[in-house]
Write a protein that binds this ligand. Sequence first.
Ligand SMILES: [Zn+2]
Length: 59
Amino acid sequence: MSEQQPETRKCAVCGKPQDAAYRPFCSKRCADIDLGRWLKEGYSIPGGEPPPDEGGEES
Ligand SMILES: [Zn+2]
């Protein structure tokens, strides 16, 4: 127990220790989860409304 450990960093998704191959995550799974969230947020437009229907339907 004489080895100095670097600061243990946790997975940004689940809190497990990070894997060097998937930093800052612990696994590809968590990386995918975070990427999915990120993409979702990027695609969703706040206050986005569907375009008005141009169908001139009279009632
Ligand atoms: Zn994780």
